[in-house]
Design a protein. Structure first.
Length: 255
């Protein structure tokens, strides 16, 4: 296991062979906390996209496809179904795919390439899964920035990962301004005075082809709180993320 999430670290914290028994134990330990926020549900493409037969097939394909492929599996059958809801705001699978492609197209145009880290800095909302899938479609990995963490700590995470772009939402403009003051980054998804901000392309997704990620490619980097020292990043692959997400969906009997 590696605990370093910086740009130069290629090893991953969890392999595609993550043991199911250990994963189930971890899921059960967090079950009560996860169910305390019923207004926020997902993950994308898990419960709706797969029946029992497909779940068995998926267990044999984790080595050839990652967590990002689950959205595309859901689209043909459930395009107009609700993928996420946060409060009164909903987003369908089709709209999630459209918005994610627009974001990915913008990121690629700005120079984001495979393996890059892109930060997400926002409070909960349907923009979050759009940001996650948009980053994956651009071939990059996402790094969530804790809105409750001190800005100086977030600046350290940004430096460690070599992050150039931060995706946010207008409701998190204060947080984004604090980040921009301390780090040399550019903002997408919000307007922040004094910072370089980019609009997400509208309608540019029609001809955009998402980049293909392998199960061994990095999907996201989760940092510790740093309460006992310097925050450390745990690197997760698309394969390990898929295995964990499918197990999570099975545990909660999502259909």
């Amino acid at each position: 296991m590696t605990l370093l999430g910086g740009k130069d670290h290629k090893k991953t914290a969890f392999s595609c062979d993550f043991e199911e028994a250990k994963g189930r134990t971890l899921c059960k330990a967090w079950k009560n906390k996860l169910t305390s926020t019923p207004e926020w549900f997902g993950p994308v493409g898990l419960g709706h996209a797969l029946d029992d037969r497909e779940r068995r097939q998926v267990s044999d394909t984790n080595r050839t496809a990652g967590i990002d492929a689950l959205l595309q599996q859901a689209l043909p059958r459930f395009a107009e179904n609700i993928a996420f809801r946060c409060g009164a705001v909903e987003i369908t699978y089709a709209e999630l795919d459209r918005q994610a492609r627009s974001l990915a197209s913008t990121l690629v145009e700005l120079g984001v390439s495979s393996g890059d880290r892109v930060a997400i800095a926002m409070t909960k909302g349907v923009e979050m899964p759009v940001a996650i899938h948009g980053i994956w479609m651009a071939g990059a990995a996402f790094v969530p920035l804790d809105p409750q963490a001190p800005p100086s700590r977030l600046a350290g995470v940004i430096e460690d990962c070599g992050i150039k772009f931060v995706i946010g939402a207008q409701r998190s403009a204060v947080l984004l301004a604090q980040i921009a003051d301390l780090s040399d980054v550019e903002i997408l998804g919000a307007t922040v005075p004094g910072a370089i901000c980019h609009d997400v392309a509208k309608g540019a997704a029609a001809g955009f082809e998402p980049r293909t990620n392998s199960p061994d490619d990095i999907a996201y980097v989760m940092f510790t709180s740093g309460s006992t020292g310097v925050p450390k990043g745990m690197v997760h692959t698309h394969g390990s993320g898929r295995a964990f997400a499918l197990m999570w969906a099975d545990l909660y009997e999502l259909r």
